[in-house]
Write a protein that binds this ligand. Structure first.
Ligand code: G6P
Length: 503
């Protein structure tokens, strides 16, 4: 480690899913596999460029065995200092499958069918206390140990909705010597959405987060909603007329937007690989000379895959001229299979796809292809080939598929984009924007995209590509770290006496 590096602060990333998962081989050795999910993709390159310890959960049996084999210590895996925590299994199950997904995720993406669900039962209360609270404490314990051993300035960056209580638990022990700046990757809805939670749970979440120095969100709207939610529910807070700062008594906590992006360099490398060419050849066998209408999603209710298929059906009904000339390809990645809603959602998708095929296919044409599996290379190859990319979530923090697609596409493809995706705020000027609930309107937009003059397609595609190239993932991280560093320099000069996290 050079001197320069030693003087720089240590950065601790805390996220539920880590950058690697492990598989134990027959000879008892371990293979490290790169983790999945937008969060991991986003944070991957950061840890390679800064001095970072990444703290995450052991997700399954083999991860736990790996933790045991390294005696729970921090290990360097492909240049990333990784600490996996083997939490109590029962607590972890409650935290992940009852509170984080679905409860918090469903609230923040507004997915609940309010007249019927959710019901906050004794099980939910128990999962809160013995699951979510316990696992946040387990993270705090591991991080506190790392901070104490490092004995140097430290920046802690908790990621996402799994760790809302962590800032407060850290602050209670570490005081104001550390900078804590969470980033919330998913939408933050306004105060009304949070009424689903019992008051005490909701207030714990808000006060947990308010123990941070600053909080990062994807869009200005999310940041604004957070400030409003705190104002509305916590009596000792106010925004003093600002849109982006919440005062806990006199201590300001800024809510800042840092729109996340993709790793431009890594994606470009992927498009040049031999594997990429093989995937493209296979896809071309399916597409032939038809126009490709693509979607790439985790199997996830908020992605609105069912209404996307309904829109495609409407396109084939309203504009029969496209029959046989287009190919809908849905590349779907299994996700959170332990949550009931996710299992039934996949069944409904397969049924809807089957019905469209039964109705419209002929000997030479299968209108919809649904491919379920984990194949990132295939997804990237498909994104290079689309004529229309459909991104129509009900709510989405950002949606990296929109950005990945815009970057790698080679056909001047048109982006049909939900106005409820975070990406809309950056890309909306050059996409064809839709309401995710309006299947007829989405069908018409797909039609517009398919029939758009070449010059306009090119103009829009080039603008979108330039936009993604300019706001790469590095900017996202650098902006956050820069803000923390600047704030800590100012604070050093002022020798602050900040309030304790008393909310
Ligand atoms: C998506 C979301 C992230 C979230 C992650 C968790 O990628 O965009 O905000 O942290 O899902 O996914 P997991 O598969 O770990 O439940």
């Amino acid at each position: 480690m050079d001197t320069n590096k030693r003087e720089r602060p240590l950065i601790i990333i805390a996220s539920n899913r880590g950058p690697f998962s492990f598989t134990q081989n027959e000879d008892k050795t371990f293979t490290a596999n790169r983790g999945e999910g937008g969060l991991v993709t986003a944070l991957w390159s950061l840890a390679e460029k800064h001095e970072v310890v990444w703290v995450a959960s052991a997700m399954d049996k083999d991860d736990r065995k790996w933790v045991q084999s390294v005696q729970g210590k921090v290990q360097n895996i492909e240049n990333i200092a990784l600490k996996l925590i083997a939490h109590n299994k029962n607590q972890y199950e409650k935290y992940y499958n009852t509170i984080a997904n679905p409860l918090l995720w469903f609230i923040q993406h507004q997915l609940w069918d309010i007249p019927r669900s959710p019901s906050i039962t004794l099980d939910t209360w128990s999962a809160w206390k013995n699951g979510y609270v316990a696992i946040n404490q387990s993270f705090a314990k591991a991080i506190i140990e790392i901070v104490k051993n490092a004995n140097r300035p430290t920046i802690i960056l908790p990621q996402d909705y799994h760790l809302y209580l962590l800032p407060k638990y850290l602050r209670q022990v570490l005081g104001w010597q550390v900078q804590i700046q969470p980033f919330i990757h998913i939408p933050w809805p306004g105060p009304d959405a949070w009424r689903i939670l019992p008051g005490s749970i909701r207030d714990e979440i808000l006060s947990g987060l308010l123990a941070s120095n600053r909080i990062g969100f994807q869009t200005r709207k999310d940041a604004f909603n957070f400030v409003q939610t705190c104002r509305f529910y916590l009596p000792n807070t106010s925004s003093r007329g600002t849109r982006d700062t919440i005062y806990v008594q006199d201590r300001p906590v800024k809510a800042i937007n840092y729109p996340i992006s993709v790793d431009v360099e890594k994606l470009s490398q992927l498009t040049e690989s031999t594997q990429n060419q093989l995937e493209k050849n296979q896809l071309m066998n399916i597409i032939g000379d038809r126009k490709l209408i693509l979607r790439v999603d985790r199997i996830e209710p908020s992605k609105n895959i069912l209404r996307g298929l309904a829109a495609y059906r409407s396109l084939l009904e309203q504009h029969p001229e496209h029959r046989g000339k287009v190919q809908m390809l849905a590349l779907l990645v299994p996700s959170r299979t332990g949550v009931d809603e996710y299992q039934s959602y996949l069944k409904e998708i397969m049924a809807e796809g089957g019905m469209i095929n039964a109705e419209f296919s002929d000997q030479l044409w299968e209108p919809v292809r649904i491919v379920v599996g984990h194949n990132y290379q295939r997804a990237i190859a498909a994104m290079q080939l689309y004529d229309v990319l459909v991104v129509n979530p009900i709510a989405d923090g950002m949606n990296l598929v929109a950005k990945e697609g815009a970057l790698v596409n080679q056909r001047d493809g048109v982006l049909v984009l939900s106005e409820h995706a975070g990406a809309f705020y950056e890309m909306g000027d050059y996409a064809l924007n839709v309401s995710p609930f309006d299947t007829y309107g989405t069908a018409e937009m797909i039609h517009n995209a398919l029939t758009m003059p070449q010059a306009e397609r090119q103009e829009r595609a080039e603008a979108l590509r330039a936009l993604v190239q300019k706001n790469d993932i590095k900017q996202w991280f650098d902006a956050q770290v820069e803000d923390v560093l600047q704030a800590s320099t100012k604070a050093d000069r002022k020798s602050p006496t900040p309030s304790t996290p008393s909310t």
